[in-house]
Structures are given as C-alpha cells and as structure tokens.
Design a protein around this ligand. Sequence first.
Ligand SMILES: Nc1ncnc2c1ncn2[C@@H]1O[C@H](COP(=O)(O)OP(=O)(O)OP(=O)(O)O)[C@@H](O)[C@H]1O
Ligand SMILES: [Mg+2]
Length: 261
Amino acid sequence: MQVWAVANQKGGVGKTTSVVALAGLLAEVGYSVLLIDLDPHGSLTSYFRYDPDELENSVYDLFAGDGSVTKELVQQLVVETSNDRIDLIPAATSLATLERKAVGQEGLGLQVAKALRHVRSEYDFVLMDSPPVLGVLMVNALAACHHLLIPVQTEFLALKGLERMVRTIKMINRARSRELPYTIIPTFYDRRTQASVNSLRELHHRYPDRISNAVVPVDTKFRNASMEGVVPSELDPGCRGVHAYARLLRSLLEPGKQEAS
Ligand SMILES: Nc1ncnc2c1ncn2[C@@H]1O[C@H](COP(=O)(O)OP(=O)(O)OP(=O)(O)O)[C@@H](O)[C@H]1O
Ligand SMILES: [Mg+2]
C-alpha cells in the first residue's frame, strides 16, 4: 500500500483537485484507493456529496477517546464514493476543534498512521487531503505518508508558501526515520500570462530535482467535475487537465520512486 499526502500551507492551490484527479486515474487502471479528508472545511467530503456538518462518523473519531485506534473503528469511518474503487474517510466540521484539544496531548501526531496499519491489505493507495495550515492534522498526514505532493499555483506569491512548506518538511524529517520525498506540482498554469511563465521558471531554478515535469493547466473541467461529484477523468478523460495529472501519475509510479508498506 502506497500512502501519498497532498499538502501546501497555502490555500486554493489545487490540493483537493489533485487528490480527486489522481484517485480517479488510479481507479481507472484498477487500483483500489482510500481517500482521507483531513481538512476541517471538508471540501473532499463535500465533493462526494457528504455533508461535513451532518456526518455522524468522521476522521475526527480517530482523535477522540483515549487515542487507541482499532480496526473496527477505522472500518466504521469508511464510506463509498461515486466511484466503485474509491472509498473515503470523510471530514467533519468538528475537526476544527482539534487543534485546541491537541495542545499538550502527546502522540496525537500518529493517529492516522495507526489507522492505516489496519487497512494495509485492503487498498493499493491512500491519498490524504490536508488543510492549508500547519497543525496536528497536517502533521498526521506528513507522518503517515511515503510521498508528499505539493501543488503550487504558478503565480507571483506562490513561492513564499512553498518556502514555508519546505521548512515544515525539514522539521518533520527530524522526527522521521527517513527523509520524506516530495514532488512539487505546478498548477493553474496559463502560458499566456507572464506570472505563470516566470513562476514556473523560478520553480525549476530553485527546486530542479523536486519539480514535476507535468504542469497542470487552468482547466474549467475541474470545477465542472466537482459540481457533478465525479472524478475529472470520468467527466472528461480527454481534457488537458486530466492529461496533465495522468502524466504526473506516470512519473510517480516509475519504478524506484515508491516504497511500499
Ligand atoms: N487546474 C485548475 N484549473 C481550473 N480550476 C481549478 C484547477 N484546479 C483547481 N481548480 C478549482 O479551483 C478551486 C480551488 O481548488 P482546490 O479546492 O482543489 O484547492 P485547495 O488547495 O484544495 O483549496 P483549499 O486550500 O481551500 O482546500 C476549486 O473550485 C477547483 O475546482
Ligand atoms: Mg482543499
């Protein structure tokens, strides 16, 4: 089972879209995928037509009680999506209270990692969406994953957010047994704008070994897919945006890039 987290401390950069686009493409080639929504806003949860205000069970339950995580608990949290091969552990708005609760409580950084041990044989891939803030939820995602994907909007201010994220990775690496590999995904690329062209060039210059060759263009199909509640490759497999994510996926699946658990 491969575990990927999608994170960036900047909002609106295409994190949730990257999760659903990659999940859809993985499902298409036959992999079973578990998505975990770690964002209290619950965009990924809403994408698949669940209401984060109404849900009885959510990823929050992993942090409730005495901190023990049983297989039964994890199984209770999983719901279906519009795609047969994609399951979801949804978010609830109660997650927003977690940061306060987590202060001073040791060990809450590994709750998601503990949960994943129970589903290791059930899924080929786990993709986690995380909130644009560094807190206990993002720390859980970074601690539990084998690979981190960082969508970065190709615009003027994007690099600042990325610098913060790279500092966070360095901090996380001190607590991990091995360094966390990461891939930067340029998003919202519009080659007609100077801001896009310049920031992509700057990304290549500063992070030559980390940046994905696949560049995700601005594509309105992503919003259409979210309005339909289906993964983008089901709505329009031939659109430019899906092509970009397919290219990204091929490079992520190259032999030698992965480490299984
Ligand atoms: N490449 C793209 N082209 C056009 N629209 C896009 C693209 N990627 C995402 N979007 C749209 O932009 C909006 C923000 O994207 P998304 O929700 O994926 O960002 P996010 O980083 O998860 O945001 P947040 O930090 O709020 O969770 C959504 O409406 C989405 O449909
Ligand atoms: Mg999001």
